[in-house]
Design a protein around this ligand. Structure first.
Ligand code: G3H
Ligand code: 13P
Ligand code: ZN
Length: 322
């Protein structure tokens, strides 16, 4: 089937009590790993591309790679989504350039300005059959193009969501309930230690999510910053020359719980990066004489595929839902 929008996907996810995985695509191996896992597990999928990914890999290459995945995986619905669209122009370029979904992230702007920018994107997108994700509240964390300090982050105010959704006409809403971008989601000072001495991050604000859901019945909610930062890959990185002390993510049981609620889309990027980096570091350590990218990218791709499979089955609950 051709690329789809997320409209039907989200309705089924909302009613079925699961979430669709939104995985970031930056190159062919990552794309193949995601879509092969989704095809084998019969899972719908959102492939998302950030401003940084477009700058790195080029819009046309990314769209054509995704079109190849659509041909290779005809049985599963696939959405091509712009992640963290920074302005109207970038959203327009993606709408005009084959995307079926865009995010306009004006969450750092004052409320009225966020509404104004989002509304403009929604009008253009809907005229072209494309859906729009917007954001209220700001997540902490650092990525290429998304940099918010913990002090500047803020939970979503539930009392704002009805006005925002009504005035903008957006199709889904990303909210801030304590997740955060990147591999260092919490400082040790924000965490407690369990009996085994392992750092336990502060719980997500499910009260905020519940209040938002009550105010927007049937409306799809999105969670960004939802990597769990698998400690086996952090260890693999650190055991093979890396230096990532205190990398910590969102516990998977919390994401599992969120997936059964109004949360219909869960964004995962850092976990893919950690898996790729850990695997390649280990490969070079064990094979210092090798230099063929196909040899070190192959196990990296295989491990990302297994990580995605695990997310589909054990975290998102979307396996078998295509
Ligand atoms: O939320 C941000 C995504 O992980 C994309 O990150 O801007 O480094 O591509 P990026
Ligand atoms: P992570 O950094 O937790 O993977 O979040 C990804 C994300 O939110 C992409 O928009
Ligand atoms: Zn994000």
């Amino acid at each position: 089937m051709p690329l789809v929008t997320s409209t039907e996907m989200f309705k089924k996810a909302y009613d079925g009590g699961y979430a669709v995985g939104a995985f970031n695509v930056n190159n062919m191996e990552i794309l193949q790993a995601i879509t092969e896992a989704c095809r084998e597990e019969h899972a719908p999928v959102i492939l998302q591309v950030s401003k940084g990914a477009r700058a790195y890999a080029n819009h046309t290459y990314l769209v054509k790679l995704v079109e190849a995945a659509v041909i290779e995986c005809p049985e599963i619905p696939i959405v091509l989504h712009l992640d963290h669209g920074p302005d109207f122009e970038t959203c327009k370029a993606c709408i005009d350039g084959g995307f079926t979904s865009v995010m306009i992230d004006a969450s750092s702007k004052p409320f009225a300005e966020n509404i104004e920018i989002t509304k403009k994107v929604v009008e253009y997108a809907h005229d072209h059959g494309v859906v729009v994700e917007a954001e209220l509240g700001t997540l902490a964390g650092v990525e290429d193009e998304v940099k918010v300090s913990a002090e500047d982050s803020s939970y979503t105010h539930p009392e704002e969501v009805e006005e925002f959704v009504t005035k903008t006409g957006c199709d889904s809403l990303a909210i801030a309930i304590g997740t955060s971008h990147g591999a260092y989601k919490f400082t040790a000072a924000q965490c407690t230690r369990n009996a085994q001495g392992i750092l336990v991050p502060p719980p997500l604000r499910f009260d905020v999510l519940e209040e938002v859901s009550k105010r927007l019945p049937g409306f799809p909610i999105v969670l960004h910053g939802s990597s769990s930062v698998p400690q086996n890959y952090v260890k693999m990185i650190n055991d093979h020359g890396g230096k990532m002390p205190d990398a910590i993510g969102i516990p998977e049981d919390e994401l599992r719980k969120a997936a059964t609620s109004s949360v219909c889309k869960i964004n995962i990027d850092s976990d893919l990066r950690l898996t790729m980096t850990g695997t390649i570091r280990q490969f070079f350590d064990e094979h210092p004489d090798k230099f063929d990218p196909r040899e070190y990218l192959k196990p990296a791709r295989a491990n990302i595929k297994e990580l995605v499979r695990h997310k589909l089955i054990d975290v998102l609950g979307c396996a078998g839902k295509a």
